[in-house]
Design a protein around this ligand. Structure first.
Ligand code: G3H
Ligand code: 13P
Ligand code: ZN
Length: 304
């Protein structure tokens, strides 16, 4: 059975740590993440973007996650990331996701409230919890894009939470999606976060939180990637964010980079190799290594 996102995050809220939300697209990524979380006895949230669902199919991703949760002892929740298409959100609710995100952050305040409220009503009827977003996280992904950061206003956040009844709130405090997060020095608005935490009183979510680890970037570049200018959120800032109210941390880019580095390395070093199992096993191992470091950083070891 899939785990309950709300319960997982309620415990994180109570004990001031963060649960890892890891984006999935295929089986090796799921297995790599679950291997790390099982080793560390940590609860995790596996997440599918609308792009992932379009790529792999919702049933495949749902069943991969269900199998993972049945075969392991840790709590594994399944979450819809950045739901924008009402039909996909409804599909996720109907198939049995643990939680969904409604991302109407690109809309003006009242419209965001109305759309979020509607999803909260639909989801809560089935016992599914809802993440919403206020403010704008920067960066560009496949189907998730916003170039400019608009910081979350704490007072508005309180009104938003009260009026929508959402269970978790994604806040914009300076992070961006993707591998190019900061042009200058990395800096999160911890002052805003503290204030939002103080007045909203629900678990807060940090998107665009990948660390873009230098050792993995070096491996990818050694075997042909061009990733100049990439920059992630330093571990010290992640720790500060957790200490000041973040309970769910989203990671996708670090997994993508690990995937890329592992594939490049094996096909460069073994030009005669063409068995997908021999190419993708190192992917699974490197994803697992990267996720293990994230879980340790988040403080969710032994919280299963
Ligand atoms: O937050 C966005 C995730 O990294 C998903 O990106 O739409 O390219 O799958 P995607
Ligand atoms: P990254 O691009 O920093 O991994 O963020 C992923 C994310 O926020 C998914 O919702
Ligand atoms: Zn995101």
């Amino acid at each position: 059975m899939l785990a309950n996102t709300k319960k997982i995050l309620a415990n994180a809220y109570k004990h001031n740590y963060a649960v890892g939300h890891f984006n999935i697209n295929n089986m090796e990524i799921v297995q790599g993440i679950v291997q790390a979380a099982s080793k560390l006895n940590a609860p995790i949230i596996l997440a599918t973007s609308e792009g992932a669902i379009k790529y792999a199919g919702i049933k495949y991703l749902y069943n991969l996650t269900l199998t993972a949760s049945e075969e392991s002892k840790i709590p594994i929740a399944l979450h819809l990331d950045h739901g924008k298409d009402i039909n996909i959100i409804k599909e996720a609710i109907n198939i049995g996701y643990s939680s969904v995100m409604i991302d109407a952050s690109h809309e003006e305040f009242e419209k965001n409230i109305q759309l979020t409220k509607k999803i909260v009503q639909l989801a809560h009827k089935k016992g599914i919890s809802v993440e919403a977003e206020l403010g704008t996280i920067g960066g560009v992904e496949d189907l998730v894009s916003a170039r400019k950061i608009i910081y979350t206003d704490p007072e508005k956040a309180k009104e938003f939470v009260d009026r929508t009844g959402c269970d978790f709130l994604a806040v914009a405090i300076g992070t961006s999606h993707g591998a190019y997060k900061f042009e200058g020095k990395a800096k999160l608005r911890i002052d805003l976060l503290k204030e939002i935490k103080r007045i909203t009183k629900i678990p807060l979510v940090l998107h665009g939180a990948s660390g873009v680890p230098k050792d993995i970037i070096r491996t990818a570049e050694k075997y042909g990637a061009n990733l100049s200018g990439v920059k992630g959120v330093p571990d010290s800032q992640i720790k500060m964010a957790i200490n000041n109210g973040i309970n769910k941390i989203n990671t996708d880019t670090d997994i993508r980079i690990a995937f890329d580095a592992a594939v490049r390395k094996v096909i460069f070093k073994k030009p005669k190799e063409f068995d997908p199992r021999h190419i993708l096993n190192p992917v699974r191992e490197l994803v697992s290594k990267v996720v293990e470091k994230r879980i340790r950083l988040f403080g969710s070891v032994n919280k299963a």
